[in-house]
Write a new protein. Structure first.
Ligand code: MSP
Length: 655
């Protein structure tokens, strides 16, 4: 078996309508990992697809006067179009309506039945149609679905059940022996506590009240529960049930399966049980990422904030979207998205950071040496420092990518871009152009190499841009774009750079925000944006004058909740700020507070504090802060974080 194989999957997307920017996160992160592994010489299988059965899809089709398959055919075309726009390099797109998949799902169902693991009984429960999930009364939130908040329906019917309960010991043992199966640790603990610790419940795996699904092979009145149908896609795509075929033998078990946190429990309870019951090994890791949010809510069509990501990619390029999602996106916590944050990252990192570096360097090589790269002369300490930084990059990125930390990998690359820009400031090539052409040639050579190495690694993240950079550098030799050569080389003299067009054009953030938030982006309700990065005197400013009276409705706009401090650490370069990681109910947030003068890092850990949870997020020293910890302040000299005198659950409302 090829040791250098990599099987990575996204969930298959519900073919119930248009995808949102939130959906793109799972796919873009999987794409970056797939591209990176290909660069490293792995034989990669990157799978995505569409989840096409179930009541919701049947109903949506009916609304459009289409048959379910006509409807999903149309939606699937839109999916593929979006993935093409975003440069998603999937190797296979599976549809759960594919004949091969249907056969595989029926084979698996039958096998479980024959093994005595599926039995007939009757089910009474509360069913959420959009989520295709049954809930018990106690799982509901305010009588509604705990996942999407919509009403549930009473459902009672004859059903088949999977004996999940028989696998409790197996799954407990598996989790104990495979501590890295589900990443991150916090999600693993949550899933384990809520769904595994007290034993698995048998699962209703068939329906009779609608017929848009895969028929149960031995009882055609029933269709398979969509989650069973859907999960099987990961193996049917590579040839299951023929476990001896080349594809299956090569790729299974999957190396990384990406899922959002809403669907982790299906992948971390039902999926392992299914596989084990089918005598198959389990995937190596499941990465469960957080949500992209707006105003604290998951970006989603049902919340009314799920705008079409193509608006952003059409206007600012697919790479701008990819870069933002990958660098600022939510691995593993939820992460707010606003147009302003997106546009500011675009201007500061893509236009000013990378774009400027490339255009300044190529322009100087063109002006001073007719575009020809000259060999470096004697290296001084500044050069050596830059070269060391460049040479350390590949290893850093490799380490981050081993655990799919695309965000850290991009930050590392961006640090080298910054180091190159700083090197320009230190070496002042515009002066050298008048005084010392030999030294100038060395400086420009080093910059060229810094850019080439960054572009090589950026191929996994922003492939179009990486190619444009290579065009501008005049790098045509494929080996100079290879992972192996993502290190400083001293043999590239004579390459001829090109002027080419600018990589990214600077934009007027205010004007663009007006356009995007003013309606160019459908369903984007985010009209007012948070203030741009600024130092806040949070919690240390005492106002003497009274504030005007407000009504209870105005006060009611503030959302206050109890948070549990999990971590409290220093913010690099700030003598005022501490970065707190705070658990509020199921959510974990980063909140930066100006309390360092009064609290040591770590001092607040374990304390339950009062948090304003619906403040618009702001960036403080480059860290996105989503909320505010309430404090009592006495002048400039005393500050006390408000805590509780009785223990209440974190996530509880403060009123
Ligand atoms: N069809 C199921 C998956 C079956 S896999 C055997 C499904 N589909 S989905 O279309 O609703 O979601 C697909 C992926 O998009 C999930 O991983 C989900 O978490 C992710 N996201 C949808 N909205 C999201 C955000 N706002 N932010 C980040 N990811 C989110 O679930």
């Amino acid at each position: 078996m090829n040791e250098k194989k990599y099987y990575v999957t996204t969930p298959i997307y519900y073919a119930s309508g248009t995808l949102t920017l939130g959906h793109c996160y799972t796919t873009v992160i999987a794409d970056a990992c797939a591209r990176f592994k290909r660069m490293q010489g792995y034989d990669v299988m990157f799978l995505t697809g569409s989840d096409e059965h179930g009541l919701k899809i049947a109903r949506n089709a009916e609304k459009e006067n289409l048959t379910p398959i006509e409807f999903t055919n149309k939606v699937v075309l839109e999916f593929k179009d979006l993935w093409k726009t975003l440069n998603i390099s999937y190797d296979k797109f599976i549809r759960t309506t594919d004949e091969e998949h249907i056969k595989a799902a029926q084979y698996a169902f039958n096998k479980l039945y024959e093994k005595g693991l599926i039995y007939k009984s009757s089910y009474e429960g509360l069913y959420c149609v959009p989520c295709e999930t049954f809930f018990t009364e106690s799982q509901l939130v305010d009588g509604n679905c705990p996942d999407c908040g919509r009403p549930v329906e009473k459902a009672s019917e004859e059903s088949y059940f999977l004996k999940m309960s028989a696998f409790t010991d197996y799954i407990k043992d598996f989790y104990a022996k495979h501590p890295n199966f589900l990443v991150p640790e916090s999600r693993k603990n949550e899933i384990y506590k809520n769904f595994i610790e007290n034993g698995l419940n048998d699962l209703c795996v068939s329906r009779t009240t609608f017929d848009w699904g895969i028929p149960v092979p031995f009882d055609k009145k029933h269709v398979m529960y969509v989650w069973i149908d859907a999960l099987i896609n990961y193996i049917s795509a590579i040839g299951y049930p023929d476990t001896n075929c080349e594809m299956f033998k090569k790729y299974w078990p999957a190396d990384v399966q990406f899922v959002g946190r809403d669907i982790s429990r299906f992948h971390c309870t039902i999926w392992p049980v299914l596989l084990h019951a089918l005598d198959l090994p389990l995937p190596k890791t499941i990465h469960s990422h957080g949500f992209l949010t707006q105003k604290g809510d998951k970006i989603s069509k049902s919340k009314g904030n799920g705008f079409n990501p193509k608006v952003l990619s059409d206007r600012y390029t697919a790479d701008a979207v990819r870069y933002y999602l990958l660098k600022e996106g939510p691995i593993y916590n939820d992460c707010p998205y606003t147009t302003e944050l997106f546009l500011n990252t675009y201007n500061s990192e893509l236009v000013n950071g990378l774009g400027n570096l490339v255009s300044r360097t190529t322009a100087m090589i063109l002006q001073n040496f007719n575009g020809e790269l000259k060999a470096p002369d004697v290296l001084n300490d500044d050069d050596k420092e830059l070269i060391n930084t460049i040479n350390a990059l590949r290893k850093k990125v490799e380490v981050s990518m081993e655990t799919c930390r695309v965000d850290i990998a991009l930050k590392d690359i961006y640090e080298v871009i910054k180091a190159c820009n700083k090197y320009i400031d230190i070496t002042t090539p515009w002066i050298l152009a008048k005084t010392d052409k030999v030294r100038l040639a060395t400086v420009l050579y080093n910059l060229f190499e810094g850019i080439r190495v960054c572009a090589t690694l950026l191929q996994a993240f922003i492939p179009d841009t990486a190619n444009k950079v290579f065009d501008k550098l005049g790098v045509t030799n494929e080996s100079l774009k290879s992972y192996d050569n993502a290190l400083y080389m001293d043999s590239n003299a004579k390459v001829v750079v090109n002027k080419g067009e600018a990589l990214f054009n600077r934009i007027d953030v205010k004007k663009e925000m007006e356009l995007i938030d003013g309606g160019l982006v459908e369903n984007n309700n985010e009209k007012q944006q948070p203030k741009q990065e600024k130092e806040v005197k949070q919690n240390v400013e005492v106002k003497n004058e009274s504030k005007p009276l407000i009504s209870i409705d105005e006060f009611d706009k503030a959302e206050l909740k109890i948070g549990l401090v999990l971590e409290s650490v220093e913010v690099e370069g700030s003598d005022k700020l501490l970065k707190n990681t705070i658990k509020i109910g199921d959510e974990v947030r980063t909140i930066v507070s100006g309390i360092k003068k009064f609290y040591k890092p770590g001092e607040l850990v374990g304390k339950k504090v009062l948090v304003v949870t619906n403040l618009k997020p702001i960036k403080l020293k480059g860290i996105l802060s989503s909320g505010m910890v309430l404090c009592a302040v006495e002048g400039d000299s005393k500050l006390s974080v408000l805590t509780l005198d009785k223990d209440v659950e974190c996530g509880s409302e403060v009123c």
